[in-house]
Design a protein around this ligand. Structure first.
Ligand SMILES: *Cc1c(COP(=O)(O)O)cnc(C)c1O
Length: 247
């Protein structure tokens, strides 16, 4: 496929996703402006990120280091070469994050959606300070245990641990508490998961009024996420196509 054909393909897929979001906003009585679409470009090349920028995408998501960092560098260089460095592209890091990689991720991520333990807060904070940057931290909520799906222990903090984690982020230099994120547990009605996330988010906002981000919804369940009040959708396959199986 030529790059022109690829861009056309991405344009069609993006338009279809925008139609789904518009319909979901209509049903929920919400405005499209309340929602940020994050195109999840993991496993796809920097050239796809550039096409998406040209198509008006302002937020991209990645879930693995160093793949994400390399892509951010390549895209940054290409945008500078095109004198579009000010395109204002935001990089969202979505994946499970080891503390020993947090410093590196802090150099390029604008938002980290997977903050789930105090030790990671410390590492990200040190990384952000060293890089002279401010990162937005979202607390990843694991709703599995509550909804009858045992946790694998790597996919977030349980709702009861969110308040303490929020305090840690709020007190950390270089970090701003943005809100919450979840991935609906497998085999659970996503509407149930996202409604529960909305409750967790409301409780967080009572103590931290600026922490308004609710990151929920992917290709398969963005409608339920919009209905439940999500502010950020993380959509991969529906825009970029099916990913090759993970190695
Ligand atoms: C891959 C990924 C997504 C996107 O999933 P799709 O099903 O491709 O839309 C969203 N969130 C997280 C945390 C991911 O890892």
């Amino acid at each position: 496929m030529s790059e022109a054909e690829r861009r056309q393909q991405l344009a069609h897929a993006l338009a279809a996703v925008e139609e789904r979001i518009a319909a979901a906003c209509d049903s929920a009585g919400r405005s499209r402006d309340e929602i940020t679409l994050i195109a999840v470009t993991k496993t796809y090349p920097a050239s796809d990120v550039l096409h998406l920028v040209d198509l008006g995408v302002s937020d991209v998501g990645e879930n693995r280091h160093p793949e994400a960092g390399e892509k951010a560098v390549d895209v940054g260089e290409a945008l500078r070469a095109r004198e579009q460095a000010g395109a204002g592209l935001r990089w969202h890091f979505l994946g499970a994050l080891q503390t020993n990689k947090a410093g590196a991720v802090a150099r390029y991520a604008d938002v980290v959606h997977s903050v789930d333990r105090p030790k990671l807060v410390g590492s990200l904070s040190r990384g952000a300070v060293a890089a002279e940057r401010t990162l937005t931290a979202l607390l990843q909520v694991d709703l599995g245990p509550e909804l009858g799906r045992p946790s694998d222990g790597r996919s977030g903090a349980e709702p009861d641990d969110i308040a303490a984690l929020a305090e840690a982020v709020a007190a950390a230099e270089g970090l701003e508490l943005g809100g919450v994120m979840t991935v609906a547990p497998l085999d659970v009605d996503p509407a149930r998961a996202f409604d529960r996330l909305a409750e967790v988010a409301a409780r967080l906002q009572a103590d931290h009024p600026d922490a308004r981000t609710v990151s929920a919804g992917m290709s398969a369940d963005l409608e339920q996420a919009v209905a439940a009040g999500a502010t950020h959708l993380r959509v991969g396959r529906a825009i970029l196509g099916d990913r090759p199986p993970l190695r």
